[in-house]
Design a protein around this ligand. Sequence first.
Ligand SMILES: C[S@@+](CC[C@H](N)C(=O)[O-])C[C@H]1O[C@@H](n2cnc3c(N)ncnc32)[C@H](O)[C@@H]1O
Length: 269
Amino acid sequence: MRVPVRLSAPGWPAALRHPRVSGPDPRGLLEPDGLDAESFSRAVSAFRLGGTYRTTAPGRHVQSNRVLLDHVPDRPLTVVDVGISDGSTTLELLDALGDRVGRLFGADRVLALTARRRGRWVAFFDQDRCVLVATRHLLLYAPDALVPLFAGAPGQRVSLVQPALERRARTDERVALVTHDVFAPWPGPPADVVRLANLLNRTYFSDADIGRALSQCHRMIVPDGLLQLVENRPGLGEQGALYRRGEAGFVRVAQVGAGSDVDGLVVGD
Ligand SMILES: C[S@@+](CC[C@H](N)C(=O)[O-])C[C@H]1O[C@@H](n2cnc3c(N)ncnc32)[C@H](O)[C@@H]1O
């Protein structure tokens, strides 16, 4: 549900911290050294950017990783994970594929924000647009009226990517983090595998938009390459599907749980 205000969970008694009305406090991201990986993921999950929540958590693609490993050829591959949020699940994808990764691109429309503080209030900006004001008690998602309060406050770059993945991108030449919009042409090398996890969601995008994103995926994947969709719907666990790229579209080759909610759009039923 897209609400303009949520309670900042740590500032309220536990009885009021229902996930429908409350969210994590993202202000810890200004000092990421003080956060462990789990707290970092929680803090990043507070954001809603481009209409999609940044929600993520490690351990939620276990079955999909296994299915992918069963279907990829045994050679170094170019893999693109689009919509990585903080990259927790990207790190796990890297581990799962091991030496089958020739290149891995962790891609998202936004990888960092700019934070400006006024006392304990923090405004987060995506370019020039304020996307969230966080206080001890509230998360305000339509904060335009508050923006003048932060005029003149110095900006601090806030990475939304797990420090462990940023380190990996610096030290492992196979790994790169790139800003990329799933609706735009892929500017990198043709991909053997593309994963979209918790991105092509009908509560976020219209069927026409999902169709446009799938067309871009078709263009970026090599003939016979793989597209994997993963979904973690609240209360339903992990589900999704793996598709092979054909000349004219995609063919489903494997499924996890109930499959993908957008399967009909992928295979053109
Ligand atoms: C719910 S998170 C999924 C994170 C991770 N893949 C997972 O499954 O845990 C959705 C992510 O998609 C990104 N996203 C939203 N719109 C996008 C777009 N048009 N292009 C690329 N990424 C986008 C968001 O910024 C967010 O990080």
